[in-house]
Design a protein around this ligand. Structure first.
Ligand code: TXA
Ligand code: MG
Length: 323
């Protein structure tokens, strides 16, 4: 299959994407978090193709992307009022709500679960697509199973060319890591995947405490230990260890530090990441992609410290070989 590269700046190209999707095809689309691999959520044959293209087990549920919270009841049932409050506060944006599934929705979308993950993405290209398609789109991150989520159309192409109908380029993703997933289908509410919207921000709206267990039994692919992995082995180390490793100047290592470091070996690759978590998150997957291209033997990555780094540390742990 020839994968078309479409330009999100051209209305005609977004129309082409909408047409491919309405005919049951797969199109990778930009969101504010990461690129998603979309299919018409109302067409279970189309949705099934997502699992084949990604090589993802079919019991791993997909997130359904809708245009506004007014459409929630088409996909979910027994929706608590707090879902609408959270939607008002954070949508469009990087928050996925888990709700009880509307029985009319195909089990293919939810991997047979009785709950469904839903969010309103914030990207003008995706919004236009939703408007044209008058449907919702099921979309996991547009990467082959277990690899890094893509944050540019080039990264999608590198992983899925030949396996999907098209990619719409909408520029680099501004958030850079996947949405926060909040389970509202049972009490107490729980964060199943930490993300750009923090538990504290959510609690301000729910006015009740939210659990965020690190280990839980729910079948979430982002909950698989070795997820989000670069091809190069990555080790998380303290800043002190990083500096000492840099001093040894191993020829084929790459180093990912937070902020500048004084010591820097001339023969290896050093990347100085932003000291602000949101800026760090925006660059994380792209940086790991770029480091992979340079084919170092190992990536030594400074472990961030502090509560506001929680969702980033979660990704780094899953990317690392020493956790
Ligand atoms: O930011 C995002 O959430 C991106 C963009 C494209 O929207 N999507 C994304 O999808 O990260 P995916 O499939 O790569 O990760 C979604 C996670 C998966 O780990 C999936 O298992 C979990 O959400 N999930 C979806 N529906 C669920 C459900 N009903 N119950 C439990 N987990 C669910
Ligand atoms: Mg994913």
């Amino acid at each position: 299959m020839d994968t078309k590269l479409l330009d999100g700046k051209l209305v005609a190209d977004i129309e082409t994407a909408a047409k491919i999707l309405s005919c049951g095809g797969l199109v990778a689309v930009p969101t504010e978090t990461v690129y998603g691999l979309a299919a018409d959520a109302a067409n279970s044959t189309a949705v099934a193709k997502i699992f084949t293209a990604k090589g993802r087990p079919s019991n791993h549920p997909l997130i359904v992307h809708i245009a506004s919270s007014r459409e929630l009841s088409k996909w979910a049932q027994d929706i608590p009022d707090v879902a609408y409050k959270l939607a008002d506060a954070f949508w469009p944006g990087p928050l996925t709500l888990l709700l009880k599934k509307n029985p009319a929705v195909s089990d293919v979308v939810t991997g047979g679960l009785s709950t469904i993950g839903i969010r309103v993405p914030s990207h003008p290209v995706f919004f236009k697509l939703l408007e044209l398609g008058k449907t919702a789109y099921a979309a996991p991150s547009a990467n082959p199973y277990k690899q890094l989520s893509p944050v540019t159309s080039q990264q999608v192409m590198a992983g899925l060319a030949g396996k999907i109908d098209a990619i719409i380029d909408g520029g680099p993703c501004v958030v850079g890591v996947e949405s926060t997933i909040l389970d509202l289908s049972q009490t107490p509410f729980r964060v199943l995947r930490s993300g750009p919207i923090s538990v504290e921000q959510l609690e301000q709206v729910t006015e009740g405490s939210i659990e965020s267990p690190l280990v839980h039994g729910v079948a979430v692919s982002g909950n698989v230990e070795d997820h989000y992995q670069p091809k190069t082995p990555l080790y998380l180390v303290s800043r002190t260890e990083l500096l000492s490793l840099m001093g040894k100047s191993e020829p084929n290592g790459a180093y990912l530090s937070i902020g500048a470091v004084r010591e820097k070996s001339a023969s290896s690759t050093c990347v100085f990441m932003p000291t602000n978590p949101a800026e760090y998150a925006q660059l994380l997957y792209s940086t790991l992609y770029e480091l992979d291209q340079k084919k170092p033997e190992v990536i030594w990555c400074e472990m961030p410290e502090g509560e506001q780094w929680g969702y980033i540390l979660d990704r780094l742990r899953k990317a690392s070989s020493n956790y």
